[in-house]
Design a binder for this molecule. Structure first.
Ligand code: 5GP
Ligand code: ZN
Length: 131
């Protein structure tokens, strides 16, 4: 699968974009299979392999960002776009009566993959506060 975008985006050539040994960079590049939900120039969305709700989609920036706490000012738009992609998927799936976007930050939160990702969870009642 090619992920070259309109701007000639090529995750395999730029270190800042594609990180070796990153699971989600490999999923974006098609080197590891995933159930793709959506893709645009900046974001890629796919089904979580271990879903915690009827809808559990992961939205990632195509550019490798390790996590929210490592994100830079110039990555603000990319982070916002991930959330807007989540909102679009929620709209498409008609789960707007209740969904949640979650960003786990750091090992104590449960972050296990260090390529920033927004979880989109919905399709069932969601308790508050989360665990
Ligand atoms: P975290 O715990 O870092 O916030 O979220 C990582 C998520 O990635 C988990 O929900 C986990 O189920 C999911 N995940 C881990 N490995 C894979 C994989 O190979 N494919 C897919 N689709 N999801 C994965
Ligand atoms: Zn990555």
């Amino acid at each position: 699968m090619s992920v070259s975008g309109p701007g000639g985006f090529s995750p395999t050539t730029t270190n800042d974009v594609f990180m070796e040994d990153c699971l989600f960079c490999k999923i974006i590049a098609g080197q590891i299979p995933s159930k793709k939900v959506y893709e645009d120039e900046h974001t890629f969305a796919f089904e979580d392999i271990d879903p915690k709700a009827p809808t559990h989609v992961l939205i990632v920036p195509k550019k490798h960002i390790r996590g929210l706490k490592e994100a830079r000012e110039d990555e603000a738009e990319t982070i916002g776009r991930c959330h807007l992609t989540a909102a679009k998927i929620a709209r498409d799936r008609k789960i707007e009566d209740g969904y949640r976007t979650v960003l786990n930050v750091g090992p104590r939160s449960g972050q296990s993959v260090f390529h920033m990702h927004v979880h989109l969870l919905g399709g069932r009642d969601l308790r508050w506060p989360p665990g």
